[in-house]
Design a protein around this ligand. Structure first.
Ligand code: NAD
Ligand code: 0WE
Length: 267
C-alpha cells in the first residue's frame, strides 16, 4: 500500500526525463498513484509517451495551456477516462527568450502578456476545469522560483509572472478551500532542465547557489518528495503556502566569508 494507492491525478509540464514534472511523477508513481499526462506540442509527444508508458500510464494528451478550447477538450477526455481526480501538478513556465536577459525596463508588452499567460493564468485556467472533478476534495501544486520575491538578475519578467503565480495560489486556496481543495507552490532552487539550459548564465547561477545554500543544489527527486507531502493527506489543511526546496538558499543573508575574495576577507 503506497501513500497514493487508489488516488488519481494529472501532471502538466513533462518535456523530457529531466523535467521537474517527471521527478514529481516518478515519486507519485512509486507511492501507487494513477497518473495522466499532458504535454505542450506534437514535438514533445515522442518524448512524453515513452516516459508515461514506462510507468504504465496510458492517458497522454496534448494541450497548449494558452488555448481555452484545448483545455476544455482535454478535460472532457480527463472526465471520460478518470471520472474524478484527486490531484493536479502544474509545472509550466514560458517567456520569450529575449525577455530573459537585458534591461528589465525594456520588457515588452507582448513578452509580459505571454509570460503571465503561460506561467500564471494557466494555473487558474486548469484549476477552473479540475475542481469540478475533485468531488472528494483534492490538492494542486505549482512550481515557483525565488526570483518572484527577490531580484534575480536576468529572470526579469519571469520574476513578475512567478509573483503573480504565488498570489494566484493564495486566491485559489481561499476560493477552493470551501470545496476541500488545497493549492500550494514549491519554490525550487535551480535545477538543470530544458527550460533552465535555455537561459544564459544559468550554469554560473547554479554554481553560485550550490556554494551559498547550506545544503547545496537540489535535484528533481527532492522536489518529488516535497510534492508527495503537499499532494497527500500528510499536509491536510496546509493551503496557499510556498514551500522552499532550495537547500536553504532563501534563508541566507550573505555568503560564507570563506567564499569571498581576499580583500573582503581582510576588511
Ligand atoms: P521543463 O522545460 O522541463 O518544463 C517546462 C514545461 O512547460 C515544458 O514541459 C513545456 O512544454 C511546458 N510549457 C511551456 N509552454 C507551454 C504551453 N503553452 N502549454 C503547455 N505546456 C507548456 O523545465 P522545468 O525546469 O522542469 O520547469 C517546470 C517548472 O519549474 C516551471 O514552472 C519553472 O518555472 C519551474 N522552476 C524551474 C526551476 C529550474 O531551475 N529548472 C527552478 C524553480 C522553478
Ligand atoms: O523558471 C525558470 C525558467 C523558465 C523559462 C525558461 C525559458 C528558456 C527558454 C521560461 N521561459 C523560457 N523561454 C525560453 O525561450 N527557472 C526558474 C530557471 C531559471 O531561469 C533563469 C534563472 C533560473 C534559475 C533565468 C535567469 C536567471 C536565473
Amino acid at each position: 500500500m503506497g501513500l497514493f494507492s487508489g488516488k488519481k491525478g494529472l501532471i502538466f509540464g513533462v518535456a523530457n526525463k529531466n523535467s521537474i514534472a517527471w521527478g514529481i511523477a516518478q515519486a507519485l508513481h512509486a507511492e501507487g498513484a494513477e497518473l495522466g499526462f499532458s504535454y505542450a506540442g506534437e514535438i514533445l509527444k515522442k518524448r512524453v509517451e515513452p516516459l508515461a508508458a514506462s510507468i504504465g500510464a496510458p492517458f497522454v494528451e496534448e494541450c497548449d495551456v494558452t488555448d481555452d478550447g484545448a483545455i476544455d477538450t482535454l478535460f472532457a477526455k480527463v472526465a471520460a477516462h478518470f471520472g474524478t481526480i484527486d490531484f493536479l501538478v502544474h509545472s509550466i513556465a514560458f517567456a520569450p527568450s529575449e525577455e530573459l536577459g537585458g534591461r528589465f525596463v525594456n520588457t515588452s508588452r507582448n513578452g509580459f502578456r505571454i509570460a503571465l499567460d503561460v506561467s500564471c493564468y494557466s494555473l487558474i485556467a486548469l484549476a477552473k476545469r479540475a475542481h469540478p472533478l475533485m468531488a472528494n476534495g483534492g490538492a494542486m501544486v505549482t512550481m515557483t522560483y525565488f526570483g518572484a520575491e527577490k531580484v534575480t538578475p536576468n529572470y526579469n519578467v519571469m520574476g513578475v509572472a512567478k509573483a503573480a503565480l504565488e498570489a494566484s495560489v493564495r486566491y485559489l486556496a481561499w476560493d477552493l478551500g470551501k470545496d476541500q481543495i488545497r493549492v500550494n507552490a514549491i519554490s525550487a532552487g535551480p535545477v538543470k532542465t530544458l527550460a533552465a539550459s535555455g537561459v544564459s548564465g544559468f550554469r554560473k547561477s547554479l554554481h553560485y547557489v550550490g556554494q551559498v545554500a547550506p545544503m547545496g543544489n537540489i535535484d528533481q527527486e527532492d522536489v518529488g518528495q516535497a510534492a508527495l507531502f503537499l499532494l497527500s493527506n500528510l499536509s491536510t489543511r496546509i493551503t496557499g503556502e510556498v514551500l522552499y526546496v532550495d537547500g536553504g538558499y532563501n534563508i541566507m543573508g550573505a555568503p560564507d566569508p570563506a567564499l569571498m575574495g581576499a580583500d573582503a576577507k581582510e576588511a
